[in-house]
Design a protein around this ligand. Structure first.
Ligand SMILES: *Cc1c(COP(=O)(O)O)cnc(C)c1O
Length: 473
C-alpha cells in the first residue's frame, strides 16, 4: 500500500484536516475528482465483478491502524482504489443486476452538496428548504402516480424496506388505534398482512420487528405467471377471518424483485375496499414507470393505494439511499410517529419529519432526486425508463432467437429465462460473472430455476445486450 507520495509528504494538522483552507480544499477535490473520473470512465474496461477475497481486504485494512494521521494524497488515492477494486460495478454498462443503477451524476453532485451544507431534517425549522424540497418531490411523484393531489403526504426513507415498515405501522395504527399505546396485544386477533409469495421478503423482518411475528405475513400463492392469485388471497383472508385473526393490509407488488411482475392492482384495490383493508403498493423499482405515458397504464390501480413505496435509488438512478413513502393520510402519520421532548425545537406539528416518520436525525435524501429531475426533467426520466424497457424487449427477442425460453410476461425490463430442456442455468451465470464480462443472477420463477437479467444501467447500449447474448451462447 502506498503511504508516501511525491505530492504531499506530511499529514495535515487535525484541525486543518477537518476544514482545510480553500487552496488545500480545492487540491483535495481535484485529486478526488481525478481518481473518480478515471474510475467512471474506465468502468467499461474493468471486470464487472471484483476479484477480491476477504483475506486480502482485511490484510489491506490492517495497515490502517489509525495510530497516526496520514498524508491526504496517499490516503485519497488508496481509499478510492480499495473501493473500486472491492465493488461490483453498477457503473458498468453490462451490470444486468438487481435494481442497483449506475448513479446519475447530478445525484452524485447533490450528495456532495447535501453533505457540505448538512441540513438536519428532523424538524422543519432546522432545514426549511430541504424539508420543503422533499415535500415538493413527494407531491410531484404522488401526482404522477395519480394519488389524490389534495391529500398526498409522505417522506423520504432510507429505502424500500423502511417505507414498507412505515406502511404497516400506519395501517395498524389507523385500523386499531389502541395499538399506539398497548401494542400488538391490543389487537382483536392475531394481525395478518397479505403479500404474494414473490413479494419482497423484507415483510418478514418487518413483521418480526413490529412484534406481530413472521407468521403474520401470509405469502399468497401466485397465478402461474408471478402475479398474486386473487382467488387464493380471498380464500386465505376468509380463513383468517373465520379463525378470528385480524387482517390489516394487502400488499400489491408493482414490479417484483425477482421477475418484474405486477400484481393485479385494480382487483386488489376492489378487494381492499370491500374488506376494509389498507391497500399498500410496493413499487420500489417499478413505480418509476409512472414517468412514462406509455408505461403508466401498467400501474393502473396504484392511484387507489392507501400508501406506496418507491425507491429513487433504483430505476430513477440516484445514488443510494433514497426511498419514498407516499400516502394520503398525514394525520395518520402523525398519530403513528408523534412524540414530544424537552429538547427538540418547538415544531410545526403538521410538518416536522421526526413526528411523521421512523427516522429522527434525517439526512436530506431528496436533494439528489431534486437536482437530477431539475437537470433532466420529467421527459428525461420518461426517456430513461422507455429506453431501458426497449432494451429489455430487445434482450427478450434475442434470447428467444438464440434458443432460450423467456418465462416472465412483464412489460418491464427484467428478463427471466432458461433452456427449454430445463437444464440448470446456475453454471451459466457463474461462468459469466466470473469472467467479468457481465453481471446477471439466478432466481426461481414459478418453481423453475431461471437466469435473471435486468436492464438497470443508463450506460447500457444495444451493443451491450448483444454482448450479453453472445456471452450466454
Ligand atoms: C428493493 C425492494 C425493496 C427493498 O427496498 P430497499 O431500498 O432495498 O430497502 C422492497 N420491495 C421491492 C419490490 C424491492 O424491489
Amino acid at each position: 500500500m502506498a503511504t508516501d507520495t511525491p505530492t504531499e509528504e506530511a499529514p495535515v494538522d487535525w484541525l486543518a484536516a477537518l476544514l482545510p483552507d480553500p487552496t488545500r480544499r480545492r487540491q483535495w477535490l481535484i485529486e478526488t475528482a481525478g481518481h473518480l473520473d478515471r474510475f467512471v470512465d474506465g468502468a467499461p474496461q474493468r471486470p464487472v465483478t471484483p476479484a477480491v477475497t476477504a483475506q486480502a481486504l482485511r490484510h489491506h485494512l490492517a495497515a490502517y491502524d489509525f495510530a497516526d494521521p496520514r498524508p491526504a494524497s496517499a490516503v485519497l488515492a488508496d481509499a478510492v482504489e480499495l473501493m473500486v477494486k472491492g465493488t461490483v460495478h453498477t457503473n458498468h454498462p453490462r451490470y444486468f443486476g438487481l435494481f442497483n443503477p449506475a448513479p446519475a451524476y447530478p445525484g452524485v453532485l447533490a450528495d456532495f452538496i447535501t453533505a457540505t451544507i448538512n441540513p438536519q431534517l428532523a424538524v422543519w425549522s432546522h432545514a426549511p428548504a430541504a424539508v420543503e424540497i422533499e415535500r415538493h418531490l413527494i407531491r410531484f411523484i404522488g401526482g404522477l402516480m395519480g394519488l389524490p393531489r389534495e391529500t398526498i403526504a409522505g417522506h423520504f426513507t432510507s429505502g424500500g424496506a423502511e417505507a414498507n415498515l412505515t406502511a404497516l405501522l400506519l395501517a395498524t395504527t389507523r385500523a386499531f388505534p389502541a395499538f399506539a399505546k398497548d401494542g400488538a396485544r391490543a389487537l382483536p386477533g392475531a394481525p395478518r398482512l397479505y403479500a404474494s409469495a414473490d413479494s419482497h421478503l423484507a415483510w418478514l423482518k418487518i413483521a418480526h420487528a413490529t412484534g406481530f411475528g413472521r407468521s403474520a405475513v401470509r405469502l399468497v400463492s401466485t397465478d402461474g405467471s408471478g402475479r398474486m392469485d386473487v382467488a387464493a388471497l380471498a380464500k386465505v383472508l376468509a380463513e383468517d377471518r373465520a379463525a378470528g385473526h385480524a387482517p390489516l393490509m394487502v400488499v400489491g407488488t408493482a414490479g417484483t424483485t425477482g421477475s418484474g411482475m405486477i400484481d393485479p392492482l385494480t382487483t386488489l384495490a376492489d378487494l381492499c375496499e370491500r374488506e376494509s383493508l389498507h391497500f399498500h403498493v410496493d413499487a420500489a423499482w417499478g413505480g418509476a414507470a409512472a414517468f412514462s405515458d406509455g408505461l403508466r397504464p401498467c400501474l393502473a390501480g396504484i392511484e387507489r393505494a392507501g400508501s406506496v413505496t418507491m425507491d429513487a435509488h433504483k430505476w430513477l438512478a440516484v445514488p443510494m439511499g433514497a426511498g419514498l413513502f407516499l400516502c394520503n393520510d398525514n394525520d395518520g402519520l402523525y398519530e403513528t410517529f408523534r412524540v414530544s421532548t424537552q429538547y427538540m425545537p418547538e415544531g410545526v406539528a403538521a410538518l416536522d419529519p421526526y413526528t411523521h416518520g421512523m427516522q429522527w436525525s434525517r439526512r436530506g435524501m431528496g436533494f439528489k432526486l431534486f437536482l437530477t429531475l431539475a437537470l433532466i426533467g420529467r421527459a428525461g426520466y420518461a426517456a430513461l425508463v422507455e429506453t431501458q424497457t426497449r432494451q429489455g424487449d430487445r434482450l427478450r427477442r434475442r434470447l428467444v432467437e438464440t434458443g432460450w425460453r423467456v418465462v416472465n410476461p412483464t412489460p418491464l425490463p427484467v428478463v427471466c429465462f432458461n433452456r427449454p430442456d430445463g437444464s440448470d442455468p446456475a453454471p451459466v451465470a457463474q461462468r459469466i460473472v466470473e469472467s467479468g464480462a457481465a453481471w446477471l443472477s439466478t432466481t426461481v420463477f414459478e418453481g423453475q430455476p431461471v437466469l435473471r437479467a435486468c436492464v438497470i444501467s443508463h450506460r447500457t447500449r444495444d451493443e451491450d445486450i448483444e454482448e450479453l447474448v453472445k456471452a450466454l451462447s
